[in-house]
Design a protein around this ligand. Structure first.
Ligand SMILES: NC(=O)c1ccc[n+]([C@@H]2O[C@H](COP(=O)([O-])OP(=O)(O)OC[C@H]3O[C@@H](n4cnc5c(N)ncnc54)[C@H](O)[C@@H]3O)[C@@H](O)[C@H]2O)c1
Length: 427
């Protein structure tokens, strides 16, 4: 099939490259010329495992990139909208980029096309996009379909190729048939439903996962007070198949470009429909306080932070990505710096993005360089590199002996044996 993907960020680039690898002809469009130029030079613009190989196999064959939306759409049967839907001022999703893309698509509709809302968009967006396109493309044949994406950064290629389910929200049998055919090779359960339910499935899923994280963080905080170990508690809970092991890892709170904004957007969707989503508001509150708690832990260990040297391992919002959007690591680093600590940070992939977001941040060339003369080491992202670090060497370089492991990724006994004062979360 001939496919256009509008907005080649984390979702669009992975979607485009994967569909191209499945043999479809894919044109990736972005209004960011620099991004398009890099991609045309076969330089991936994001860090994502497996993506360079996919691009190498497909670029110039089934995959191409352009800034020309019109030409791309004119030559495609399926058009994915994968632009950003960031948080607006009142917490709701900002639809500016989606509407911009819809206007551009409308100019180019020439014969039947399936327009696919893959970005996370509020309930009613399928109808809205349809209306915007219809205004300019009267008499043209097209369908707009909601097809939310569930991939996770860090495992995006694998997630796209092996999804738990594919959700298609449409009243059009023709569009549903075309997308079902497109996704057939992925052999995933297919849920064809109405647009509003499809849109809601995405928000409800993210809100539920965020709830699990805040729940286990709340339990972790109680565990600390009663001398229980949250890792043991989560393990014991996880064996219950109604609960499951996933998303029961306590830590510094959830972050990233999706959970916080999607939770806020769902709270706003609820408010506008006359429902107070207290539960989800609580989830967000627990999450905010969890980040603050990490700073309090540092203060409890070091006393006043003014002038203290703190090594921060990790800036990405989770391991295996370079994304720092709404990263708890970044938020905690910011708070530590506000309290006067001298933070020296290291992240294997996210330092470039981190420096763009926080130019005054001091970064080190390596994890070991970051800990030199540090009073405390704070682990903020659970990269394997940190778990496998040589802590004997770390001990030799640090001035102090404090380790604050906000990801519970070290074995307390091992580092305590080396003379460290170890503190995790809920243990
Ligand atoms: N990142 C994730 O893990 C993830 C997972 C599932 C769903 N989502 C959702 O997918 C959507 C995209 O997220 P992302 O993280 O890939 O965003 P992103 O910011 O990485 O990428 C968006 C891209 O769209 C481009 N763009 C904006 N307007 C455009 C236009 N009119 N024409 C062409 N290009 C345009 C931007 O330049 C940018 O490159 C969001 O709605 C997000 O909530 C993201």
């Amino acid at each position: 099939m001939k496919i256009t993907v509008i907005g080649v960020g984390y979702v669009g680039l992975v979607t485009g490259a994967c569909l191209a690898d499945l043999g479809h002809t894919v044109i990736g469009v972005d209004k960011d010329r620099e991004k398009i130029d890099s991609l045309n030079r076969a330089e991936p613009t994001i860090y994502e495992v497996g993506l360079p190989e996919l691009m190498e196999r497909t670029l110039g064959r089934t995959l191409s990139f352009t800034t020309d939306t019109r030409e791309a759409v004119e030559n495609s049967e399926i058009v994915f909208i994968t632009v950003g839907t960031p948080q607006g001022e009142d917490g709701s999703a900002d639809m500016t980029y989606v509407l911009e893309a819809a206007e551009e698509i409308a100019e180019a509709v020439n014969g039947y096309k399936v327009i696919v809302n893959k970005s996370t968009m509020p309930v009613g967006s399928t109808r809205l996009v349809e209306k915007v396109i219809r205004r300019k493309a009267q008499g043209e044949e097209f369908d707009v379909v909601s097809n939310p994406e569930f991939l996770r950064e860090g495992t995006a290629v694998r997630d796209f190729m092996h999804p738990d389910r594919i959700v298609i929200g449409t009243d059009s049998q023709r569009a549903a048939g075309i997308l079902a055919e497109l996704y057939r090779p992925l052999k995933a359960p297919l849920l064809i439903t109405d647009p509003a339910s499809a849109e809601m499935i995405k928000y409800a899923s993210n809100a539920f996962l965020a709830t699990k994280v805040s729940f286990i963080n709340a339990i972790a905080n109680i565990c600390e007070a009663v001398n229980a170990d949250v890792k043991e508690v989560a393990l014991g809970m996880g064996y219950d198949h109604r609960i499951g092991f996933e998303f029961l890892r306590s830590g510094p709170g959830f972050g990233g470009s999706c959970f916080p904004k999607d939770c806020r957007a769902l709270i706003e969707i609820a408010r506008r429909s006359g429902y107070n989503f207290y539960l989800l508001e609580g989830v967000m509150q627990v999450n905010r306080e969890q980040m603050e708690l990490m700073v309090k832990k540092a203060e409890r260990r070091l006393g006043a932070l003014e002038g203290k040297r703190i090594a921060a391992w990790g800036l990405a919002f989770k391991a295996n990505t370079d994304d720092v959007r709404e990263s708890p690591a970044m938020e905690i680093v910011r708070m530590l710096m506000e309290k006067g600590a001298r933070v020296v940070a290291y992240d294997p992939q996210a330092m470039k993005n981190a420096l763009q977001a926080l130019p005054e941040l001091e970064c080190a060339e390596s994890a070991l360089e970051a800990v030199r003369d540090a009073d405390m080491l704070v682990i903020l992202t659970d990269w394997d590199e940190f778990k496998l670090a040589d802590f004997r060497e770390v001990a030799g370089l640090m001035r102090g002996r404090e380790i604050l492991d906000t990801r519970n990724c070290l074995e307390p006994i091992t580092v305590r044996r080396l003379g460290f004062n170890y503190e995790g979360v809920g243990r």
